[in-house]
Design a binder for this molecule. Sequence first.
Ligand SMILES: [Zn+2]
Ligand SMILES: [Zn+2]
Ligand SMILES: [Zn+2]
Length: 955
Amino acid sequence: MPLELKATINLPKTAFPMKANLPQNEPKTLARWEEMRIYERIREVRKASPAYILHDGPPYTSGPIHMGTALNKCLKDFIVKSKTMAGFDAPYIPGWDCHGLPIEIKVDKELGGRKLQMRPLDVRAECRKYAQRFLDLQRQQFKRVGVFGRFDRPYATMNPQYESVVLSTFFSFYENGFVYKGLRAVYWCMHDETALAEAEVEYENHSSPTVYVKYRLLDDPAQIDPALAGKKVSTIIWTTTPWTLPASMAVALHPDEEYVGLESDGEVYIVAAKLAKEVAEKCNLSGARELAHFPGRKMERLNFQHPFLDRKILGVLANYVTMDTGTGVVHTAPAHGAEDFATGMKYGLDATSNVDEKGILRNGLPEYDGKRVFEANQPIIDLLRRRGALLHTERTEHSYPHCWRCHNPVIFRATEQWFIAMEAPMPGGRSKPGESKAGEAKNDTLRARTLEAIKGVKWDPAWGEGRLSNMIATRPDWCISRQRVWGVPIAVFLCESCGKPLNDPSVNRKVVELFARSGADAWFTDEPNAILSSSSDCPHCGGHTFEKETDIFDVWLESGASYLALVADEPNYPWPSDLYLEGGDQYRGWFQSSLLCAMGTHGTPPYKGVVTPGWTLDEKGQAMSKSRGNDVDPVDISDRLGAEVVRLWVASVDFREDVVGSEQLMLRIADNYRKIRNTFRYILGNLGDFDPQADAVRFEDMEALDGYMLRQTLDFAGDVRGAYDDFAFHKIYHRLNHFCIVDLSAFYFDVLKDRLYISAPQSRARRSAQTAIWRIGEALVRLLAPIMSFTAEEVWDYLPKVANRKESVHLELFPSPVEILGNATDATEAGETEANSDWITLRAVRDEVLKALEEARNSKLIGTGLEARVTVSASDPVYSTLSRHAEQLRYLFIVSAVSLTQTSGNGTTGLHVEVKKADGLKCERCWNYSTRVGEDKHYPTVCERCSAVLEELGA
Ligand SMILES: [Zn+2]
Ligand SMILES: [Zn+2]
Ligand SMILES: [Zn+2]
């Protein structure tokens, strides 16, 4: 009884769906991972392996994730998973930054007037709820895009253990002599009523009134120059902040620049020579005549009269006085400028701020007292005019510091703040505290040691080193105090009599323990008072009573202590970590504060390497933002196209540059995803009847083409592994696309169809092909698992089961060369080069044949390639290569017959392809043409090859 011919063809069969349905299926995979506790299982199988620690930078808990955070987390996930599959124990502890002003401001708004009646503890409880809400949301969103990590026990800056480490980090700075509390002019936001760090200030345009003001000289002008003897002499200052004039204590001049005395209408005005002409015009000094010129230092310590207060103003010298704008004479208010403050210290000037935390002027004249700083400008200008001191006024647009949170202009304000001194000597090492006499070990400071340490870190991209070095070299002392509620309190006791802090290590330890036990909230209860024993006396004045400091820490000190908090919790983690990966804004933020915290406590950096991705932009190169409406929401893409598409997009971009995301790009990525998925589907479809244990063919017994493709896979694996090591995920993405589309789909899989479908199922030729595609599938799925985590897991389930195979692909290692080639590593050596060069020739000739077939199809000579008979004419060495593989050529070209002709000459130039209609009849089973169709008595419609197969099948 003849078989139904169609039933004898091995058509692909698999339950692996063509359509991925990622949005529906990914959540099921996530649930499965959750159920099998995949993260813990990975820890278990890697626990004896060398550690690799990528330490997570904590995102802020005040909103949902966006494309930038998704990029950040996916990159980290690629690194952690690829290190894991490369054989490392690479735990990933996600973290969150929970304290700080943005949350407190939002909670303030929600609470409204109620806040005034609330205790700090209750406000903190509201802030905690707010932070926890977004921690939970972001956690769920990061998991949704397939990130693996210790999500059920993350680190959070508001956890008691974490808070205690922040405090102990501060105490180690403090006890080692880095910390001081002092009056300093710091950036101050009047709106948020707090000091701001340099990193929290942004420059924006601002319109200010500028004034030219006369300061009369009180001393004998002949001291400056004999030519000025007996004259009525003044100097002219220029400022864009008239509200600072009540705090004016000095006029600063450059010691070496030249100044002139200009006589006009019977008075003499001293201004810088380089600016004299411009000042004379602005101030309308008619007929100004130069009486004398002299260096600025001549005016040091001379006395001038304040324009409206009963105050002597001192002439001082400063090298920062420039000759580009103004008058070259700088009004100096130590309470309201960083440089002014430093000059004030040098000359012993009063730096008391009469501007309160809300920015209101206090203790002044009725004209401006009680007004906010910018509202005081006009009354002060009017006052100057009435006193005859105003020479000119106009408005200027200039770049002015603004608060990065509320975008209001900020001021400088001298307040008592806590600082970490950049020039404090390092404890231990080259100099010990107390031993560092002036001049000795002068360079062994926190700043110098940090600058040195930066050189030992691997910065990627390399410009990171210069950027951070410049910042560290020029940064002022670190102001670590803030006057807010939502943070870790600076838990220090202050003497009620003299106000000085008690820095007693045993008291400090007890407060740290209290924080570890009850969290930082405990500082706001009565508990800390119990820590002070009766023996605690003020070392400065002998006082017995103390009050609690109410300031909190700068959040950068908090997040900067994150790796310290992690190693305190996990003592087995190595110091330092291997890698930090965050955006470029973290050079002024987390990279810097983490480095300083580590230098101050360990004396070494917390990281061996730092990687920085670029910004996420839209197709026009603009920053993505919800308000602009140009943002691509990773959660929305996951819900519509799949998280795998988000992950593949992340892999597709060169993240070290600014990266572009858009709906269009996501659709294109989804299209590529389908091609990769189809590669897997082909593999799975042809392995339905393949049992590797029973059916696998040894490498040395394989068909030449199959061996060649396994060697290609080995190359592919090498390239991918190398790219993972370099974090060059975009190279993996492009290599993968090329391998799947060009090498597999368009070439190997196309050629293989005939052998897989037509051969007898058990034949060696078919088993050879199946062995090859099985090994390719096994290699691909593992190589891609770090990036295509969902699809790799799905494919893993469909691949043939073999002994010792793990439940999840994520528990496996990257494929070794032996696993890719099978049992024959030797075969890679012997004859590999020759075999590969043969295949380069064969594939080049194949491309030529396909072109010729295409032309023949266009001219209607043939329909499909199988209707063709091809003659290839070639000279050596191409001819001899083709002859070596003569039997395989018709399958390689997918035609019914190939004949070869040798031509004279050398090289490939002599290659010629001729296409004719194939002889014979079309075989009903394999569709090849043959002159021998009809010879089989039982199956008169099949060719001699199919006839043999049918006989083998027992038909
Ligand atoms: Zn502000
Ligand atoms: Zn005291
Ligand atoms: Zn046939």
